[in-house]
Design a protein around this ligand. Structure first.
Ligand code: FRU
Length: 485
């Protein structure tokens, strides 16, 4: 693994020419995605600024240009007409001001009339590496570029630690106010959310208070990337608690959880209907961000980083890593969250796979599961050995996913085996495979499982239990891997 000095990680990009050779080199990798958004060079992590505005979907991702390393973060901007086809639009935000000199960190966007506003964290560090996180804003210009406001909106509070970032902005129609939710940490290192309010998006911001979530006063050491949305007459609160292990999640200290409940903007209290739940049960899923619900109060659209902080992936050797998930539609049915792949995804089906044909690099599988125990092994070697193994135990309603059988193993210390506790017998499964990822949607989206996977040339078979029915399709390429900076 390459060791990076701080200087190398925080190097400022002066000209696109500095990274053109890297782009040319990595675009030849067999692991480049074909229908998932991925870094143009270097590393992509959190999704940022995700919104629909004037018929165009805007998405940015945390981007470090130089390689598979977390360092100086930019926002890299991509756009889509339909959440399926994505084009590179160039740098969204660059860390080019004193207040964001060490990174334009995560944030969100909101479309208001003719304007699209972006809110992000300006990560300032002084010569002693002491951090000051600023909450900053930018607007979309007529040319489709992000233009920063000259000054930040507000600075950090000194009654909390330096971890105050990832502004999520929402409009509340009852209050006629905008609210910003900021992921934060108390001075005694508890994770929390700080709330600010204003009648105007770009001025007048006041601290309203700390979000109360009864029962969750001590839950993780920092709540990154909060997201709140109202769907189906309920409030959904999502965040990524870190610096803690959680039952059922192995040794990982980074998680992505949600509550369904009720948000009271008078008392700044989110009252959950029940205990927290994992947003996804996979190995590599973090910092999920949704867009506001669009023309449909019953659904929101969510996207996430396939990857985790502090983890390492095999494409590090090739100087790039990370990917976005497929966008997902979120709905609440009978008090439960359902997550389904973005609608229209079926239009990417190019060709139906023949029985026992090897898995193409980009494909979808639709599997009907018979009653009883069930096994599915993906990316097996010739003869059916190895692979990414899913076993469903009908008695305990538990799926276990095991990636120890793959040739390219990674993040072994974090764990290579995870369970998906099901609420109902497993009936069906949709699997979306791209060059370096697999996303599983179980029982119509009652549970999901996202993982990176780096099959070798020999690992493209699959096996499944007798009696299961499988249909598969090769999927079209929908992301352009163009060098636009
Ligand atoms: C989450 C996170 C955010 C931060 C960003 C920096 O992965 O740590 O809290 O804004 O990444 O890249």
């Amino acid at each position: 693994m390459k060791e990076w000095t701080r200087e190398e990680r925080y190097r400022v990009l002066k000209s696109p020419e500095e990274i053109r050779p890297l782009h040319e080199r990595i675009s030849r990798s067999v692991y480049r995605q074909t229908y998932h958004v991925q870094p143009v060079t270097g590393l992509s992590s959190d999704p940022n600024g995700f919104a629909l505005h004037n018929g165009v979907w805007h998405l940015c991702y945390q981007w470090c240009p130089w390689g598979a390393v977390h360092g100086l973060k930019y926002w890299y901007h991509v756009t889509s007409p339909d959440l399926l086809h994505w084009s590179n639009a160039g740098i969204g935000l660059a860390p080019d001001r004193d207040y964001d000199n060490k990174g334009t960190h995560s944030g969100s966007a909101i479309s208001v009339g003719d304007n699209l506003y972006f809110f992000y964290t300006g990560n300032h560090r002084d010569e002693n590496w002491v951090r000051t996180p600023w909450t900053c804003a930018a607007v979309l210009t007529a040319e489709g570029k992000l233009e920063k406001l000259p000054e930040p909106l507000f600075g950090p509070r000194d009654d909390h630690s330096e971890h105050q970032r990832d502004p999520k902005v929402v409009w509340n129609e009852d209050k006629k106010k905008f609210y910003i939710f900021i992921g934060a940490q108390t001075l005694d290192k508890r994770g929390c959310v700080l709330i600010y309010e204003s009648e105007q998006p770009l001025e007048g911001w006041r601290f309203a208070g700390e979000l109360k979530v009864p029962g969750y006063e001590r839950f993780g050491g920092m709540w990154e990337c909060p997201y709140i949305v109202r769907i189906g007459g309920r409030d959904l609160l999502i965040f990524s608690p870190q610096y803690t292990t959680l039952p059922g999640r192995g040794a990982s200290t980074n998680h992505n959880v949600y509550f369904i409940g009720e948000m009271d903007y008078d008392s700044l209290t989110f009252t959950p209907d029940g205990p927290y739940r994992f947003l996804d049960f996979g190995f590599d899923f973090y910092a999920a961000q949704g867009a506001a619900n669009v023309d449909d109060p019953e659904k929101a659209v969510l996207i996430s980083w396939i990857g985790l902080p502090d983890n390492h992936y095999p494409t590090e050797e090739e100087d790039w890593e990370g990917s976005m998930t497929l966008p997902r539609e979120l709905r609440i049915r009978d008090g439960r969250l359902l997550q389904t792949p973005v609608s229209g995804i079926e239009t990417l089906r190019e060709r139906e796979l023949a029985a026992s044909e090897p898995l193409p690099a980009a494909c979808e599988l639709e599997i009907t599961v018979p009653e009883g125990d069930f096994d599915l092994n993906l990316f097996t070697r010739p003869g059916g050995s190895g692979g990414l193994r899913l076993h469903y135990d009908a008695e305990t309603l538990r799926c276990t996913v095991d990636r120890t059988g793959l040739d390219r193993r990674f993040n072994q210390k974090v764990g290579e085996v995870l369970d998906i506790p099901m609420e109902a017998p497993l009936r069906e499964l949709r699997v979306f495979i791209d060059s370096c990822s697999a996303e599983l949607f179980l029982n119509g989206g009652e549970a999901t499982f996202t993982t990176h996977v780096y099959p070798t040339e020999a690992e493209h078979g699959y096996t499944l239990s007798e009696g299961a029915k499988l249909r598969g399709w090769e999927l079209a390429k929908t992301v352009t891997d163009e060098f636009v900076i």
